[in-house]
Design a binder for this molecule. Sequence first.
Ligand code: GDP
Length: 182
Amino acid sequence: MGDSYDEECDYLFKAVMIGDSAVGKSNLLSRFARDEFRLDSKPTIGVEFAYRNIKVGDKLIKAQIWDTAGQERFRAITSSYYRGALGALLVYDITRRQTFENTKKWLRELREFGNSCMAIVLVGNKSDLSHSREVEEEEGKNLAETEGLYFMETSAMENLNVEDAFLQMINKIHECTIQKSL
Ligand code: GDP
């Protein structure tokens, strides 16, 4: 597995991070892309993206993952953010119930603007904060089942299940989209 920016790859695809502000989207992404955890810092405007190369079978896939860079705070996410995305990580914070309730709103938006066969993983982040938990794991699972999503609880801080959540999405994209086009 390499992670140089312009390494030759067989496929390039786009995926998006989505969910309420401060649920941990950018920390999850930096964990996955660069294996680091950031306590603050974020660009003020625009969209951030990160790349990561992943070997699936004998194919090298380059995942280009977009992050909101704080725009969700102002509801400034536009349809171009979703355009062409084949996968999404829909993130909530297990210690803030409202962020879980709001996943339904994000899901409607994803379905309105996104690709019809998008691979969506519902992610309950901050599992390290179990003493302040407001959303049970079972509730996340149930919602995912009802909505036809994949589900995982993660901790960006402790690097728990982060890799798995992204890989689940990437493998699904590979199965659904790339293999069909071969
Ligand atoms: P974003 O606005 O959704 O991109 O959220 P950030 O990645 O900026 O994270 C928001 C805050 O939550 C920051 O203070 C992070 O340090 C913190 N945070 C993110 N992930 C975790 C986690 O897994 N556990 C804990 N305890 N804090 C986290």
